[in-house]
Design a protein around this ligand. Structure first.
Ligand code: DON
Length: 309
């Protein structure tokens, strides 16, 4: 059993604070360009225990690509494995998350995995609902259950800002629509996708969601089934193989736990049977992952020897 204490969090966050300005704040979503690099925080939610946190642990960030794990869980719950993987493959790619290149090397144009943007858009397209609002509601319902917090919602300003400038994601959608991977109205799909990426929370709420995965889909406090075990397992496997994009291999060697990052600077990590960890730091490396987040997780991984490998 891995024991993570308040002192661990405080000491190690202070230790990696020097890296807070190493990297770039994303600016292709205009509303995120003014995130402050010094806004860093971390939380750990142990299975069957009390959340601990330090730094800017109340700061509400948008989860961006971390949402891709949650839409994948929802699509698997709603449609099952066979249907989901008829639209998206299960293989890692060495391309960046927004790459268009690989869509043309496959026939049909099936995205490589649900963590890159093309694959995530194909998965979001499957969420049940008669319109965008109903689809977003379905996702929020699941996220509120996982976080045990009914107040979770999306930041409309960030969603609109991304929607207005999502030229590349639009291109991916239209390409996939041409090939029958995406169906229905592309603008409606982008509406849902940009809202899912703009879902807001703090590190404590994100750590609780990670704790559900650490507990194989069960509520970390009550043991109620929130996600079927096989869905949690599939999501965690994608976190290992594709969760940190084309840095997933390095991260697996240096940190060794399932994790998912977002371009806002969020990372959630899953320490099997022990708990969920969430770290936030908006300055990103060239792969789109939080510099402070990775440094923090590397330090803690080394000290706690928590690698699953
Ligand atoms: O679709 C996008 O480009 C963003 N909403 C999310 C990308 C993202 O978070 C990639 N993560 N590192």
């Amino acid at each position: 059993m891995i024991n993570i204490t308040q002192t661990d969090l405080t000491d190690w966050l202070e230790h990696v604070r020097i890296y807070a300005n190493n990297g770039n704040i994303i600016d292709y979503i205009p509303a995120l360009a003014n995130q402050q690099p010094e806004t860093i925080g971390v939380a750990y939610y142990p299975v069957g225990g009390q959340v601990i946190s330090t730094g800017q642990d109340e700061y509400m960030f948008t989860i961006q690509s971390v949402s891709k794990i949650l839409t994948l869980a929802l699509a698997l719950i709603q449609h099952g494995e066979e249907a989901v993987f008829s639209r998206v493959d299960k293989e890692p790619t060495s391309e960046p998350f927004h790459s268009v290149a690989k869509l043309e090397v496959k026939d049909p144009a099936k995205p490589f995995n649900p963590m890159i943007n093309a694959g995530a858009l194909a998965v979001t397209n499957m969420i049940k609902g008669r319109n965008a609002d109903e689809m977003v509601d379905e996702l929020l319902k699941l996220i509120r259950k996982l976080s045990a917090d009914d107040s979770i919602s999306f930041d409309p300003e960030v969603a609109q800002s991304e929607y207005d400038t999502a030229y590349l994601n639009r291109a991916l959608c239209y390409f996939m629509k041409q090939h029958g991977i995406v169906t229905g109205d592309v603008e409606e799909l982008l509406d849902v996708y940009t809202k899912q990426c703009a879902i807001q929370m703090n590190v404590k709420q994100l750590a609780r969601i990670a704790a559900v995965f650490a507990h194989d889909g069960l509520d970390p406090d009550t043991n109620e089934i929130l996600i079927p075990g096989y869905v949690a397992r599939i999501c965690k496997t994608f976190m290992v193989t594709c969760g940190m994009y084309n840095e997933s291999g390095t991260f697996a060697i240096n940190v060794g736990i399932p994790a998912k990052s977002g371009v806002s600077g969020a990372i959630m990590g899953v320490i099997k049977r022990c708990g969920g960890i969430a770290v936030f730091g908006p300055a990103l490396n060239e792969k789109g992952n939080s510099v402070v987040g990775i440094k923090f997780l590397e330090k803690l991984a080394e000290e706690k020897n928590w690698s699953i490998f």
